[in-house]
Design a protein around this ligand. Structure first.
Ligand code: SF4
Length: 245
């Protein structure tokens, strides 16, 4: 195993543990963060839209089927790692029919550098079987239908709809959760409640704001060493003191 792979894996495990602690509320350094005012929310929204006008996912895909698989794999796994895995996976299983008939152990062998690959492999096959049996082999492009597929929760369905159709939806991953709390946009303890809060306060441009918050959290407002000194959100940040490096 290479050193960079082990580093990536350790970071992913640490981020996952931190995220789950946040969700359970047993360790939440943002718990006492002040709420953003109406004016601050509008200013934060404008800044995100200004700084990330045309953001799209960093996952590689060529069609809806590939996007769905990439998003399913990306849960608790970096996009970078998913992009390393998917070319061979897509070549081996280019459509729902081939994946529906795939051997479980073989699918695992393609994705075994991804976290939770045992469950993910099972879900990928079940998802494809359901697409073949219930949707004529075509991945449905409706959120209410996507969530009926194995391994596809609300967040995954929303991310797919945001990316593929530009739907006015919010999805909360570990980055969006952290950023929302540091900026005082939500004090919720769960990702779904945070999604509700962001949807309610932002109302429009949700797909752009989702992509913006993911990139902002991934590259600037990072979990361990946020780049506060050069951050354009400084005037509105409620956590910069406690997170200053
Ligand atoms: S000032 Fe620091 S903690 Fe606050 S939003 Fe910017 S990077 Fe994040």
């Amino acid at each position: 195993m290479s050193k960079s792979f082990i580093n990536d894996l350790l970071l992913e495990i640490f981020a996952t543990i931190l995220y789950h602690f946040h969700l359970k509320g047993s360790f939440n350094p943002m718990a006492r963060v002040k709420k953003a005012t109406k004016e601050e929310i509008e200013a934060i929204k404008a800044l995100f839209l200004e700084h990330y006008p045309d953001s799209v996912t960093e996952l590689d895909y060529r069609n809806l089927y590939e996007l769905l698989i990439a998003v399913m794999l990306s849960a608790q796994c970096t996009d970078k790692r998913v992009n390393l895995i998917t070319p061979a996976l897509f070549e081996a299983y280019p459509d729902p029919v081939s994946l529906a008939n795939a051997d479980l152990e073989e699918v695992k062998s393609y994705i075994n550098t991804c976290s939770f690959f045992n469950n993910k492999a099972q879900n990928l096959i079940k998802m494809a079987q359901s697409v073949v049996e219930n949707y004529g082999g075509k991945v449905p492009l409706e959120r209410d239908e996507l969530v009926k597929l194995a391994g596809v929760g609300q967040k995954t369905a929303n991310v797919v709809m945001i990316e593929y159709t530009g739907a006015n939806l919010m999805a909360v991953d570990t980055h969006v959760f952290r950023v929302a709390h540091r900026l005082g946009l939500s004090q919720a303890k769960t990702a779904l409640k945070t999604e509700e809060d962001l949807t309610k306060i932002f109302k429009t441009n949700l797909h752009q704001l989702h992509q913006a918050m993911v990139l902002f959290g991934r590259y600037r407002c990072k979990a361990l060493k946020p780049e506060c000194e050069t951050c354009f959100m400084v005037p509105y940040c409620k956590s910069k003191v406690s997170f200053k490096v």
